[in-house]
Design a protein around this ligand. Structure first.
Ligand code: ZN
Length: 316
């Protein structure tokens, strides 16, 4: 039988975290400083576990290693994607990620290209997205002399906004923002600036200035997003981004809508509403806060209800 794989994720407590993951999604967060849910993850630092069906109790990493058929025998030593939800009660550090070649050479893991769908944002909330330096020299100077206002490019955000953050982009999620992040499965972050904050132990967090300067793209260029929307009677499907790393789509269902697979497997996160996922006449309830994978055996499926979802798959 073809059935979805529903997951239980791993929570991460963070200096900048809050309690919106509980308030918004009713998740059982470990503390009032919960910053992240690694919702669909095969990364060793926070693997997700299947909670239904014959693979119940297995991690996504187990399935990737032992049940390649679920992923249409996709190539690669590691499951390529990672879906997270982040609640930034206060500003995250300003950071940048390497590309695959720098990541493999210096950290032994892939680089990180990511993208953000803004779930919730307080009035006036801002992100750091890119920088104003025109040369590596200027980037170095502005970092070394701490001229952050001059260097960092800020943007106000609102719920429903979407940002593509290729490796090499200086970025930070600001306080009051909750996002769903789809990224390459990597945990390599170079911290550029941490607002001179001091942790509970009295120490500042480590910065990685040399690596940051080496991997930052100069000058910053905003990637062009060509959003494409397919409207049907009871649904809309908007492609938010599609590139060699991932394709991310937003699905809105208001009634009943059927889909045919266009990738070996598909990751789905339900951000709002509730309804049913119907596969070969079998009904699976799904609701806000659920995360699942439609494995390769699921050729077609139907959603019924009111559902707001983000779906992704590797590559174009
Ligand atoms: Zn990042």
């Amino acid at each position: 039988m073809s059935e979805p794989l529903f997951f239980k994720g791993a929570f991460k407590e963070k200096l900048w975290g809050g309690k919106k993951l509980n308030e918004f999604f009713d998740y059982p967060i470990p503390s009032e400083k919960t910053g992240e849910l690694w919702a669909i993850s095969a990364h060793d630092n926070g693997p997700s576990t299947v909670i239904n069906g014959p693979y119940k109790g297995k991690t996504l990493k187990d399935l990737w290693d032992e049940h390649k058929e679920l992923f249409d025998y996709a190539e690669g030593a590691v499951f390529p994607l990672l879906t997270k939800i982040l609640d930034a009660q206060t500003d995250l550090s300003v950071q940048v990620h390497p590309d695959d070649s720098y990541g493999m050479a210096h950290e032994g893991e892939l680089g990180k290209t990511e993208c953000w769908y803004v779930i919730d944002a307080e009035d006036g909330a801002e992100i750091v997205y890119g920088h104003h330096a025109q040369s590596k020299k200027e980037l170095e100077d502005l970092i070394e002399t701490g001229q952050w206002d001059k260097l960092l490019r800020k943007k106000m955000v609102k719920p429903g906004d979407f940002f593509y953050v290729p490796s090499g982009t200086i970025h930070a999620i600001g306080g009051g923002i909750m996002i769903l992040e789809t990224q390459q499965s990597s945990d390599t972050t170079y911290r550029v600036y941490d607002y001179d904050r001091v942790q509970d132990n009295g120490e500042k967090r480590e910065l990685h200035i040399e690596d940051s300067i080496a991997v930052t793209t100069v000058p910053h260029i905003d990637p062009e997003l060509e959003l494409q929307t397919i409207r049907k009677a009871d649904s809309t499907e908007t492609t938010l981004v599609t590139n060699s790393f991932f394709t991310v789509k937003e699905w809105n269902i208001e009634g009943k809508a059927s889909f045919h697979k266009d990738a070996p497997y598909t990751l789905v996160s339900v951000l709002g509403g509730q309804g049913q996922l119907i596969i070969e006449n079998t009904i699976f309830n799904c609701a806000k806060g659920d995360h699942f994978i439609l494995p390769s055996s699921v050729e077609t499926w139907t959603f019924e209800g009111t559902l707001h979802m983000i779906a992704s798959h590797p590559g174009k």
